[in-house]
Design a protein around this ligand. Structure first.
Ligand SMILES: NC(=O)c1ccc[n+]([C@@H]2O[C@H](COP(=O)([O-])OP(=O)(O)OC[C@H]3O[C@@H](n4cnc5c(N)ncnc54)[C@H](OP(=O)(O)O)[C@@H]3O)[C@@H](O)[C@H]2O)c1
Ligand SMILES: *[C@@H]1O[C@H](CO)[C@@H](O)[C@H](O)[C@H]1NC(C)=O
Length: 326
């Protein structure tokens, strides 16, 4: 009875603390990367409605114009390519001028890409670089260059990782980059606590956006499959590629939620709560499947993923053939 009461009491206290808000959003500047589409785009509009002064960074001029068209003076846009040092420097200069003596209140590192993604022996170094440069190296460079403004504003950093940063499946730079974001954010949080800068990590499950766009993923998988050597294609078997596409289509259709506000709500909490959380699992699949599975023993996760993913066909044959040759 005593234990039960204590648990309820602690839960109530935690809930109250978690629901406390900062007093005012007006005059607080938030800078968001990757606002052309998806989470970043929705967050920019949401924060703008909440009264924040939003500076939304878009990769393209087109994305920037479209976002500006549907908002007011309190939302400014800049063009930013996070893999380009000069582009980051320009954004920092612009934000420094806009924010003046106030400094920056929020930095949301949201820009990211998923492709190329596929079995590891289908990929070359360029494929890895393409993703790591945006999702990890770009995120680190943006963060480091904005830190002086964030310290000035006693600000907050919100980094978008993924459940795939906790549980790695599907080869390529994506899982590595998101695991790197987790690790970078943990060190950053511990280093910056002394300077009044808070750091939160968002771990979304699967959502319907640009990074889960089937057309883009399938087009890139065809590119990878078509350039494979006959040996590797033989080892996987012709059926494998078709099965891979089928599983991909089915899983994207059934797994991806179209309610992306589940993710932006977490980002908003990280920016508006008096005490932002360290980690946010966003979406039911993240909370009840992917994150728990990531804590399970590796053998459990391995079996689950083996059931879910297609199996290469020819591996045993090619191994047997090699053994005969020897
Ligand atoms: N959707 C999911 O299921 C999911 C799950 C976990 C984590 N995430 C993460 O959530 C973040 C937002 O993605 P999203 O789902 O909202 O997909 P999205 O609609 O594709 O948004 C990603 C944004 O990043 C931009 N971007 C790509 N390369 C860039 C670069 N070099 N510099 C600056 N911006 C760049 C994209 O621009 P373009 O549109 O012009 O390419 C796009 O606006 C990403 O970090 C992603 O990895 C997504
Ligand atoms: C972003 O910058 C990189 C490196 O400078 C470049 O290769 C890429 O094409 C740029 N992307 C866009 C959309 O401008």
């Amino acid at each position: 009875m005593g234990t039960m009461t204590s648990i309820v009491f602690l839960f109530v206290c935690w809930t109250i603390k978690d629901n406390l808000k900062i007093p005012d959003t007006r005059g607080k500047y938030v800078f968001i990367t990757g606002c052309d589409s998806g989470f970043g785009n929705l967050l920019a509009q949401r924060l703008h409605k909440k009264g924040f002064s939003v500076i939304a960074a878009c990769l393209t001029e087109k994305g920037s114009d479209e976002l500006k068209a549907c908002t007011s003076q309190n939302l400014k846009t800049v063009v930013l390519n996070v893999t380009n040092a000069e582009s980051i420097d320009n954004a920092v200069t612009y934000v420094a001028e806009e924010t003046g003596s106030k400094g920056l209140y929020g930095l949301v590192n949201n820009a990211g890409r998923a492709t190329p993604i596929g079995p590891t022996d289908w990929l070359d170094m360029e494929d890895f670089h393409k993703v790591l440069n945006v999702n990890l190296i770009g995120l680190i460079e943006v963060t480091i260059k904005f830190l002086p403004l964030l310290k000035k504003g006693s600000g907050r950093i919100v980094n978008v990782a993924s459940v795939m940063g906790r549980l790695a499946f599907g080869g390529g730079g994506y899982c590595l980059s998101k695991c790197g974001v987790e690790s970078f954010s943990d060190s950053l949080r511990r280093d910056m606590q002394h300077f009044g800068v808070k750091v939160s990590i968002i771990e979304p499950g699967f959502f319907k956006t640009g990074v889960t766009n089937l057309e883009i993923i399938e087009k890139d998988l065809h590119r990878l499959w078509n350039r494979l050597t006959p040996e590797i294609r033989y080892a996987y078997g012709d059926k494998y590629f078709d099965n891979y596409l089928k599983v991909q289509r089915l899983s994207m259709k059934t797994l991806c939620s179209s309610d992306i506000s589940k993710v932006t709500n977490c980002m908003e909490h990280a920016l508006t709560a008096r005490y932002p959380r360290t980690r946010y699992g966003a979406g039911w699949d993240a909370k009840f499947f992917w994150l728990p599975l990531s804590y399970a023993p590796a053998v459990v996760a391995d079996v689950m993923l083996k059931i879910m993913l297609p199996q290469p066909n020819g591996i045993k044959n090619s191994v047997a053939k090699n053994q005969v040759d020897v």
